[in-house]
Ligand binder design. Structure first.
Ligand code: ADP
Length: 392
């Protein structure tokens, strides 16, 4: 009987121990399960994060395996190459991509590239960088192509190179003239009359260089937003009267009449940097005089319409051929380089004028008929805050 009770007690004890063991194992398993779940979640979160980064970066990213299947294409790459869902699922990477550029062929990507390579696809310049994906076993699994759109940067760089080349050329031309005439003067044997001519040429070329350097400095200041603007509400009629007065002597020397087509006693207020807008008007007026033959006519008009002031300066001069009209606001562009240089032009006046007017929130437009004349409109916004049209 006692033995029976002893066996029962021992059995109960063993059962209890076993129960405790099972419970503890269960608890451990639960903890392990929780840990596993946590790891899975953080892996998913990490994947989401990487996916989010790839989705939002501006660079195109294309991952492709060695069999030619797209593994991942981010939205930038989809846009860059106008890829459809069907393209991506097709498993025909090579067929689809090689038509854009041979450097995008699977073979070329697998060969790898040192650093960045520039390629042109669909009118854009892309910087291509390739990374090979290698498995632990050392086998190549695929490649990732990174594509950065550098079209704008590239064209800016090209513009800078062009600009420096133009500046050097523009400075070299008057310098060569000055040097040639100075050497001729120094070598002697020049008549008094020739001496005067030569010195006058040297003087006018030096003036042109000074103008060029001044304009270049202004362009640099505006390009780097270092130009100081002193804007205040001022009367544009008064400005036009003053500008015309300043150009009258030059116009008279060519027997050109400048006519006002509006009532100059009307006051029209515009928020502007008076000196800079006067510079624009003087430039347009001086072009009108320069490119109009003797005895010609220049009209200056002022219109106020839809919260805007329109200054119109038209001439009946030589005009501009149609295909050149779109380029007259480009730096250093001149229809007839030799003629412009001869009359002291730098080819920068209209481009600077455009920058100044745009800085005022306005616009400058040019219409011309070759052999008939040119009309330049300077459009400036009127002050809005007083709810009136600016005419006093
Ligand atoms: P430039 O110093 O050569 O006058 P601009 O930038 O002021 O430079 O003008 C660019 C070019 O546009 C000129 O060289 C000229 O060929 C043309 N142009 C400008 N205004 C006129 C005009 N009123 N009539 C004819 N051609 C003009």
């Amino acid at each position: 009987m006692e033995i029976g009770i002893g066996i029962l007690a021992a059995t109960c004890l063993v059962a209890l121990i076993l129960l405790c063991l099972v419970l503890s194992l269960h608890r451990k398993n639960k903890r392990t399960l929780r840990l596993l779940e946590g790891a899975e979640n953080s892996l998913a979160a990490e994947n989401d994060r990487i996916d989010g980064i790839l989705r939002n970066i501006a660079d195109g990213v294309i991952a492709v395996d060695v069999a030619g299947n797209f593994v991942h294409v981010n939205p930038s790459a989809v846009n860059m190459f106008r890829l459809s869902e069907a393209d991506i699922r097709s498993g025909q990477y090579d067929e689809i991509m090689v038509r854009h550029h041979e450097k995008l062929s699977l073979e070329s990507l697998l060969e790898g590239a040192e650093g960045e390579e520039m390629i042109t696809c669909l009118g854009r310049t892309l910087a291509l960088r390739v990374e090979t994906v290698v498995a632990k076993s050392g086998e190549t699994e695929g490649v990732i192509a990174f594509l950065r759109d550098v079209t704008e940067t590239q064209s800016l760089e090209d513009m800078q190179v062009d600009f420096v080349a133009n500046v050097s050329h523009e400075l070299k031309t008057p310098l060569t003239t000055i040097k040639t005439y100075a050497e001729t003067l120094l070598s002697g044997g020049v008549s008094e009359e020739q001496k005067k001519d030569f010195v006058e040429i040297i003087d006018s070329e030096a003036d042109r260089m000074t103008r060029l350097v001044k304009e270049l400095l202004m362009i640099t200041r505006m390009d780097h937003s270092q130009q100081k603007w002193y804007k205040k509400e001022s009367d544009i009629s008064a400005l036009l009267r003053m500008a015309v007065r300043k150009m009258e002597i030059t116009a008279k020397s060519k027997d050109i009449a400048i006519n006002f087509m509006f009532d100059t006693t009307d006051k029209t207020l515009v928020e502007m940097d008076v000196d800079r807008i006067e510079q624009v008007v003087l430039n347009v007026l001086s072009n009108a005089i320069k490119y109009t033959d003797e005895g010609g006519r220049i009209d200056v008009d002022l219109l106020v319409r839809e919260e805007k002031v329109r200054i119109i300066i038209s001439d009946n001069g030589i005009g501009i051929p149609e295909k050149a009209q779109a380029r007259v606001f480009d730096r250093f562009f001149r229809v007839d380089k030799a003629r412009s240089r001869q009359i002291g032009g730098t080819g920068l006046g209209l481009s600077i004028s455009k920058q100044i007017v745009e800085e005022h929130g306005g616009d400058i437009e040019l219409e011309s008929r070759f052999g008939k004349g040119t009309k330049v409109s300077i459009v400036l916004p009127m002050p809005r805050h007083r709810g009136e049209r600016g005419i006093l």
